[in-house]
Write a protein that binds this ligand. Structure first.
Ligand SMILES: Cc1cc2nc3c(=O)[nH]c(=O)nc-3n(C[C@H](O)[C@H](O)[C@H](O)COP(=O)(O)O)c2cc1C
Length: 161
């Protein structure tokens, strides 16, 4: 019997994930972004990461054109940003503190635990998602606890010791 989307989601929901907002800019300078948990490192040397984006996402075409990717790893107190960037709000960036990354211009959000600025080097087909492979060009980090997504709910990391 083939695995159904519901069964697959039930399993994947048990794989606790950090929450990112991935961003880019279009040719007119407009900022775009969406909430993504399907994010991973790929290679350390050279530094590569990947993000999986639904083919129905409005921003996918913008990523295809810009080939630029900002990754914002949300902090524990940024659940509201996760919901905002997963919504269909006309201007997801209204009232959000952010600045263009120095190398790619991709929006980097304030208060996150880490940011990456990347250039997208490949788009791979992945079923109903596209897999964006990106070369990491700048990094920032901040000492704070991350937001976690687990079984359809947000949670906190409790470090041991
Ligand atoms: C916690 C969470 C994780 C998500 N992870 C992904 C993901 O990995 N890939 C994806 O394409 N959409 C993901 N989404 C859904 C998108 O954020 C959502 O569909 C968004 O509105 C798409 O924006 P756009 O259509 O403006 O591009 C996630 C949503 C939430 C709430």
């Amino acid at each position: 019997m083939p695995v159904t989307p519901i069964e697959f989601k039930a399993a994947m929901g048990r794989f606790a994930a950090g929450v990112t907002v991935v961003t880019t800019v279009d040719a007119s300078g407009k900022a775009w972004g969406l909430t993504v948990t399907a994010f991973s490192s790929v290679s350390l040397d050279p530094p590569l990461c990947l993000a999986c984006i639904d083919r129905r996402a409005a921003s996918l075409e913008v990523f295809r054109a810009s080939r630029k990717l900002g990754v914002n790893m949300l902090a524990a107190d940024q659940e509201e940003l996760s919901a905002r960037f997963a919504s269909r709000l006309e201007d997801k960036f209204a009232g959000v503190a952010w600045a263009p990354g120095p190398v790619t211009g991709s929006p980097l959000l304030a208060g996150v635990v880490a940011t990456l600025e990347c250039r997208i080097v490949d788009f791979l087909g992945g079923g109903d998602h596209d897999i964006l492979i990106a070369s990491v060009e700048t990094v920032t980090t901040r000492d704070a606890l991350p937001l976690v997504y687990f079984q359809g709910r947000y949670g906190d990391v409790a470090p041991r010791g």
